[in-house]
Design a protein around this ligand. Structure first.
Ligand code: B16
Ligand code: MG
Length: 217
């Protein structure tokens, strides 16, 4: 019986959907009469859809009724899904399948721990769904990262204790969530932002099998 579980975030770790989130949020901002920059989009990484819209409306200095808020949430998601529809395996980030296959060959339990409510269709689109023993996403959680809930549910579904889980994350709040869950946090991306991560890598091409083996022992 293996005692280590591996949990992957989605956006920024497995695929770069941030660019599609950005285009959909930017369209909505423009329709509402203001600009939304790529720099501002950084604030949205790992953040729930609802919280993103709250931040967007703050940026545009817009007060919305509940009805408008709900309409804009739906509108943004429809635009986002149109981009997702065109995704295929070419959009998987470098070396992700290699790492997943390595773990699969060793029968290591693998979970997804994402804030997205669109996680499953995205994994289907890029043909990676079969690697995952558990999918925990925005549909299953009540508390957003940095709360550890998403990763704790993932560990439970894998049947692995939290302190035997490893989390790959690209967002600061995600690293905080992994640490709060008492898991080994691995930052993927900018180490100057992900300072709380136990280990940091720019991307999966920097991670070799010997490092993964040390996590298993
Ligand atoms: P959805 P992750 C997050 O994915 C994105 O980084 C964040 O920008 C997005 O707002 C959130 O998912 C919700 O996505 O609108 O599809 O439910 O990094 O947690 O995989
Ligand atoms: Mg992410």
């Amino acid at each position: 019986m293996n005692s280590t579980g591996f949990i992957f975030d989605l956006d920024g770790v497995i695929v770069d959907t941030a660019k599609y989130h950005y285009l959909a949020w930017k369209k909505l901002a423009n329709e509402l009469g203001f600009e939304f920059t790529k720099e501002q989009n950084e604030l949205f990484k790992g953040v729930s859809r609802k919280r993103c819209l709250e931040i967007l409306l703050d940026i545009g200095n817009i007060t919305a009724t509940q009805e408008q808020f709900d309409t804009w949430m739906v509108e943004k998601n429809i635009d986002y899904l149109a981009y997702i529809e065109k995704m295929d395996a070419s959009e998987i980030l470098p070396d992700v399948p290699k790492i997943l296959q390595f773990l699969k060959d060793k029968n290591i339990p693998i979970a997804l721990g994402s804030a997205s409510k669109n996680a499953k269709p995205i994994l289907e689109k890029v043909n990676l769904l079969h690697y995952f023993d558990a999918i925990v996403d925005g549909n299953n959680v009540t508390k957003a990262k940095p709360d550890p809930e998403v990763f704790l549910i993932a560990a439970k579904q894998l049947g692995i204790s939290a302190n035997n889980c490893v989390v790959f994350e690209d967002a600061k709040a995600g690293i905080q969530a992994a640490n709060a869950a008492n898991m080994v946090s691995i930052g993927i991306g900018d180490s100057s932002i992900l300072t709380a991560a136990k280990y940091n890598f720019k991307n999966f091409t920097e991670i070799d099998f010997s490092f993964l083996k040390t996590l298993l022992s």
